[in-house]
Design a protein around this ligand. Structure first.
Ligand SMILES: Cc1ncc(COP(=O)(O)O)c(C=O)c1O
Length: 309
């Protein structure tokens, strides 16, 4: 990946090379951190962060679940301070920035699992990501069904972006890449469709849009929420429900949603062609509306944009 100029670390913008942690930091050894992925779009009013308040709220909720206090270098941070820090980091890294990754993690040096009293740090990185699933993926991604299950709510907080929980996603992603696919879809512990390694999933079948409901052990994606709203505003019926493998494979259209992947149409699952094998009309229409919204061309959704300057 391309390096950028500055990383925000515990209240200061430091050079990329100086953003370091100790090898014994608790988070490195046990995954005790919470992170976010947030898109920055270019609009006529300058760079805008998409649904920044919602991302910061999810980050804070994740820290609450993990018991991590928002205190770095002796200073307490609330929602507004986190928003300001993210905007400062975007501003410090120039026009190419399109993705921000804040991470709050137990940085104290510790051997042993007890997280109580271990100091936390916060780092915010702003980079250029471009097309997350690769340049060809807009013409239709290939999915496999992973042999790894999406961890359920008895294994950890499935609804929080906890660093350690992403081991399963990386195993599933490796499985997909090794089989020549772009992404892997994971089932939950009762065999329903849950989500992909870093995206939620949608199915268009029999004239309705279906997506796994929150209790199916998914991350409640902010793009997922945006697409449900946009699809309903466009007149589609959207059901947040249980989705089966049969419904997925026999769908007219399938697409993934995520901050990094945005709206990514799927044309093949486990070697089976979805619909007619081409990017479908519904995904195309919703994607076009989403692109207008994020680039500030639809005033109805203006409240989703947080301008940086
Ligand atoms: C496991 C997982 N599911 C879904 C998503 C999509 O969520 P969002 O749209 O908020 O980026 C992500 C990305 O954050 C993710 O990591």
């Amino acid at each position: 990946m391309e390096k950028t100029e500055k990383i925000w670390l515990n209240g200061k913008l430091v050079d990329w090379k100086d953003a370091q942690v100790h090898v014994l930091s608790h988070a490195l050894n046990y995954g005790t951190g919470v992170f976010e992925g947030i898109r920055v779009y270019h609009t006529p009013k300058g760079p805008a962060v998409f649904r920044l308040k919602d991302h910061v709220q999810r980050l804070m909720d994740g820290c609450k679940v993990m018991g991590i206090d928002l205190e770095f270098n002796g200073k307490k941070y609330g929602k507004q301070e986190l928003i300001d820090a993210i905007k400062d980091t975007v501003r410090a890294n120039g026009d190419k920035v399109d993705y921000v990754k804040p991470c709050i993690f137990l940085s104290g040096e510790e051997v042993g699992l007890n997280p109580v009293g271990v100091p936390a740090s916060m780092a915010i990185t702003a980079i250029h990501m471009g097309a997350y699933l690769g340049p060809g993926s807009s013409a239709g991604a290939k999915l496999i069904t992973s042999s790894w299950h999406r961890p359920d709510n008895l294994c950890g907080p499935a609804g929080a972006k906890v660093n350690g929980s992403y081991v399963t996603s990386t195993l599933a992603k490796r499985e997909a890449v090794r089989q020549g696919a772009n992404e892997a879809v994971m089932l939950n512990s009762v065999g329903h469709i849950a989500e992909c390694t870093g995206e939620n999933i949608f199915v268009y079948r029999h004239g309705r849009i279906l997506t796994p409901q929150s209790a199916e052990c998914i991350l409640e994606g902010i793009t997922r929420d945006s697409i449900i709203t946009v699809a309903r505003d466009l007149g589609y019926a959207v059901d947040e429900t249980q989705v089966t493998r049969t419904q997925l494979v026999s769908a007219d259209e399938v697409w993934m949603t995520g901050t990094a992947a945005e709206i990514a149409p799927v044309t093949m699952v486990d070697g089976r062609v979805i619909g007619n094998g081409e990017v479908g009309k519904v995904a195309t229409q919703i994607h076009a509306k989403f692109s207008e919204i994020v680039t500030g061309k639809d005033p109805k959704y203006e409240s989703w944009l947080d301008y940086v300057n």
